[in-house]
Each structure stands twice: as C-alpha cells, then as structure tokens.
Design a protein around this ligand. Structure first.
Ligand code: PGA
Length: 253
C-alpha cells in the first residue's frame, strides 16, 4: 500500500510566532481528530524548522520539511542552506522543484537533479514537483513537459533511490489561482506519471510511489481529488495556513 500524504507548503508566509502557533494548533487537532493512516508534512520557512521539529516530535503522523535546499553539499554559497544542515536539525522532507523555484529562481531540471541527489544522500525525502504552464496545456504539450521533468530530474536515480521519492503534480495554472485541475484532469496526469515510472523502473515501483496533487486544493475539492485512483494526497499552499481548513483537507481521505 502506498503512503497517503497531505503536505502543507507555507511558502514565505507567517512570522516565527505565527508559525509556532499554527503548528501547535495542528498538532492538537491531529491528535484529537485524525484517526486515518495519513502522513502529514509541514514545509515551513527555514527559520521555523528547528522549533517545529521539536513541537511535532511526539506525534508520529506529523513530519517537518523544508521548501528548498542547495544543490552542493557545502561551501562558499552565501545565504544558502544545505541538505546536511536540514538533516542535522531533524527535518525529514524537502520540496524540490516547486514551480515558483523553477519560475522565479530559474531552477532547471539539471540543477534539480543535483538537489535531489544531495537531499537523498542526507536522508531527506524529496517531494519533487512537476507541472505544466497554461501555455503548455493549451498547446497540448503538457505530457511532454511533465515527461521531461521526470526524465531529467529523477529518472537518473537507481531504483533503490527512486523508491524514496514522492512526486507532486502541480499544474502551474492552478497554483494560488483558485482554479483547480478537475479530478479527471488530475487523474489523467497522475496515471500518466505512474505509467512513465513503470516504463522506466517497473510496475511495483510505480504502484508504490506516492503522487500528490497540488494547486488550489481546498476543503471543497479535496475529497473528490483524493478519491481518484492515482492521487495519493495533496500539496497544499494557501489552505495550509488555516488550521481548520488544513485539518478538513487531511480528513478528506
Ligand atoms: P496553492 O499552492 O494550494 O496555494 O495553490 C500549492 C503549492 O504551490 O504547493
């Protein structure tokens, strides 16, 4: 059985105090209300991470993740954070290749492949994001773009390493826009990604890989999205900043 995961991506939101109180609320609510077997990941800004790890440590359902790491193990890279640093404070996950990193920080598939490799070497679980822009979708190029992101970003990995990866399909046109891919559109891509994994590796690995949907996922649409056979959870931006909404999304399984 593959893992069901709901991950919250806080992006560059919440000051330190706000971040701690949001996680405290989530920890209490999860303890009281979540009785299914879903794993919860909170991807916060770097400076929150260490305290969040401490706050979440008694709840095995909740893990803490970063939103990025540098592609080199260490060195003269002023202002950057390494995978080793994240691992050393108890961070367990890292988002790699979010479309905002691809778009605003010009991170390409080759660079992301390096980030994936350094994250895995430091025992972080990468959540690797793929997804097409509106233009790619309108020009019917979306499958080709996603295939390229998979091939260049993660399909270089040997099977044992690949099996640690989580994939998030996030159509760029749906992120923060209030427009969600409808369940059929999302399912089509999730099935496509799983088929590509089966072709590159094998059917067992494909069946075991968790593929999350992201892009304006909220309490109104989570249930239908999560009911699709190849959707194993969500990567939630805006709706993860409110504890009640985030909890209701988690309970949508
Ligand atoms: P959104 O963001 O839920 O606010 O659309 C999702 C994401 O970017 O991970």
């Amino acid at each position: 059985m593959r893992k069901k995961i709901v991950a919250g991506n806080w992006k560059m939101n919440l000051d330190f105090t706000e971040g701690l109180s949001l996680l405290s609320e989530i920890v209490h609510m999860v303890k009281d209300e979540v009785h299914n077997d879903v794993s919860i990941v909170i991807a916060s800004p770097f400076i929150h991470l260490q305290r969040l790890v401490q706050l979440a440590k008694d709840n095995p359902k909740i893990s803490i993740g970063a939103q990025n790491c540098h592609h080199q193990p260490s060195g003269a890279f002023t202002g950057e954070i390494s995978a080793l640093m994240l691992q050393s404070i108890g961070c367990q996950y890292v988002i790699i290749g979010h479309s905002e990193r691809r778009q605003y920080f010009l991170e390409d598939n080759q660079l992301l492949a390096q980030k994936i490799s350094v994250a895995l070497k430091n025992n972080l679980i990468p959540i690797y994001c793929v997804g097409e822009t509106l233009q790619h979708r309108e020009q019917n190029q979306y499958c080709a773009i996603i295939e390229e992101q998979l091939k260049q970003g993660i399909f270089q990995l040997p099977e044992a390493e690949f099996s640690k990866i989580i994939i998030a399909y996030e159509p760029v046109w749906a992120i923060g826009t209030g427009k969600t891919a409808n369940p059929e559109q999302a399912q089509e891509i999730h099935a496509f990604i799983r088929e590509k994994i089966a072709q590159r590796y094998n059917i067992n690995i494909a069946q075991q890989t968790s593929i999350l949907y992201g892009g304006s996922c909220n309490i109104a649409n989570a249930k239908q999205l999560f009911a699709q056979k190849d959707i194993d959870g969500g990567l939630i931006g805006g709706a993860s900043l409110k504890s009640r909404d985030f909890l209701d999304i988690i309970k949508s399984f």
